[in-house]
Ligand binder design. Structure first.
Ligand SMILES: [Fe+2]
Ligand SMILES: [Fe+2]
Length: 237
């Protein structure tokens, strides 16, 4: 594939999904910012959340430009309105903020760093490479925001937040396990598809395990939220 030939359907599908995911991240972070203002989180965290909203909107428009450059339709990507708000917990907005920081940032953004790093490693297409350069540059700061926000929430209510996170962990781990840990092998990726930023299922599965056990669970344990080794997530055989 040269830069003037249309990409394969699965390359176009992947970049279509990325536009949706980046736009959704912007919307979710805007709600996190609103809740964070409401509960008086430290000003530097509020400023970071505001920058992340702008970053994610940039990622969405850059990903859309890449989709079009790869041969996708030059029209807005459809969005599911229901996906653009975090789940609101019955226990109230503070619980909703804890849940969303845990899932979208401590998990989502922490997985994003090695995933985008692995994608970028083999991406050479001129439409895709600059997008992954920019996204990867931003994701480390997004990950840092998540863990700093969790620390601020632990300062607010140490026992309550620890209990909430501990109770939420099985479902959050299972959800990311379904998304990454159980990624199903398809036909092998072609070199052009790797060059356009696609990652094979084995890489998703490996990065899921490495990041969960080597990064996320140790960070939680250091915050007094242990996860017993015998409960570690393993994908179904
Ligand atoms: Fe992003
Ligand atoms: Fe992000």
């Amino acid at each position: 594939m040269t830069s003037t030939e249309p990409a394969s359907p699965r390359v176009l599908a992947e970049w279509h999904n990325r536009v949706q995911a980046e736009y959704r991240s912007a919307a979710i972070t805007a709600q996190v910012l609103q809740w964070s203002i409401r509960f008086g989180l430290p000003r530097p965290l509020l400023d970071s959340a505001g920058r992340i909203v702008a970053d994610e909107l940039d990622h969405a428009s850059l990903s859309h430009a890449c989709l079009v450059a790869l041969g996708g339709p030059d029209q807005p990507v459809d969005l599911d309105q229901a996906e653009l708000s975090p789940r609101v917990a019955a226990e109230g907005p503070l619980a909703s903020l804890v849940d969303t920081v845990l899932s979208a940032f401590c998990f989502g953004e922490t997985f994003a760093v090695p995933l985008f790093s692995a994608m970028r490693a083999s991406t050479t297409h001129p439409a895709a490479r600059p997008v992954l350069d920019r996204v990867l540059r931003d994701e480390a700061a997004h990950r840092a925001f998540g863990w700093e926000a969790l620390d601020a929430l632990l300062d607010l209510d140490p026992e309550g937040v620890r209990a909430r996170v501990g109770a939420a962990l099985p479902a959050v781990i299972a959800a990311f396990g379904r998304a990454y840990g159980e990624a199903q092998d398809g036909p092998p990726l072609l070199p052009d598809e790797r060059a356009a930023g696609l990652l094979d299922a084995a890489a998703y599965r490996r990065i899921f395990q490495d990041t969960l056990h080597g990064d996320i669970l140790p960070r939680l344990a250091r915050r007094g939220i242990p996860w017993a080794a015998d409960r570690c997530y393993d994908p179904p055989a």
